[in-house]
Design a protein around this ligand. Sequence first.
Ligand code: NZQ
Ligand code: ZN
Length: 389
Amino acid sequence: MKNFDYSIKTEVYFGKGKIKSLGRILQRYGEKVLLVYGGGSIKKVGLYEKVKSILEENNIECIELGGVDPNPRIESVREGVKLVHENSIDMILPVGGGSTIDCAKAISGASFYDGDPWEIVKNPSKIEKALPIISILTLSATGSEMDPFAVISNMDTNEKLGLGNEILRPVASILDPEYTYSVPKNQTAAGTADIMSHVFEVYFSKTKDAYLQDRMAEGVLKTCIKYGEIAYNEPENYEARANLMWASSLAINGLLSCGKEGTAWSVHPIEHELSAFYDITHGVGLAILTPNWMKFVLNEDTLEKFYEFGVNVWDIDKSLDKKEVANLAIEKTRNYFKKLGIPGKLREIGIGDEKFEIMAEKAVKVGGLKYGYRALNKDDVISIFKASL
Ligand code: NZQ
Ligand code: ZN
């Protein structure tokens, strides 16, 4: 295990009715809040009204930024920064999924930056100060509720970039699984695939001796496999929604990558190109690419890890030939996503081979794929795209 520092500033308020803590939390940070939300799901489920009444009861002035798109756009960030400046906002309250929380994070960092917000997306080390983020999560997927990252899209230039800076991590997150009861089946499936992918990105690591982290990672994966399917079939199953919600936070808050070599992620940078050019749902792109990436990186060096994955996560008979176990594990992963109703091929979501060259080139350049679990070049990425077609 490598040396590491670990510290998480996010306070977690987990469970039914935890919104009762909201007023007390906000009062610690000021009197004026920017409420950020998406296309209206929070209004349909009554959460918007609830939040507004808590703000009123606590004498907190509220300015709103609604309409944040899935794959949040830089335009929303610019609009949010303007509202922060015009209204002397003290803190930001995103209520929604990862897109809403990511947009809030970018606004929070860009509010103290003199130039255009896109510049801090491209170079997050320019963020020196940020407004506190208090998030209320409504979709278990990205882990944005407890991580320091945000992903922002610029559709004019077909760029979807991730930015990370420790000061963007929410200071508090309210995680009430009941708020995810209304998440549609396709988003429940995509969210589960996203959580699993966050684990894969660090589980398949060059570091071979982080035993504890790997067993925790397997626990999170098994949780997704068990409860993703239950939540998909029974949207109001509390235990399923609760387990997925906590898995979402633990997958990417740094716990599973402690003590591991800083290997670059592989499937995420490739998926981000699909979203940047075709505006698809992140988790769907990941689910299509993942089994094909796994097939591509399976070789003599990685066999042991895939064997471990097959035996510990998919309960495959450990006495079988290692290669057979590895291939079975990859097929089980593919079949699991299929069971969740996720399309298995890029063509099924309207993506052909026209942009493979440019997307592969950008993924390698922006995503640092040569530093991944197995180094990937442009041709490798094109092969993965072709296998996913
Ligand atoms: O916009 P509204 O009306 O709220 O509807 C949303 C949206 O249409 C809906 N939804 C959310 N909660 C709901 C609900 N519908 C009914 N009931 C609820 N309770 O679901 C749709 C998708 O929402 P979105 O926030 O886009 O989904 P998700 O949480 O998967 O976020 C995806 C974005 O996060 C980025 C992705 O690339 C993508 O841009 N990521 C962020 C990461 C991070 N911050 O660390 C890491 C991830 O790897 C990922 O890249
Ligand atoms: Zn993701």
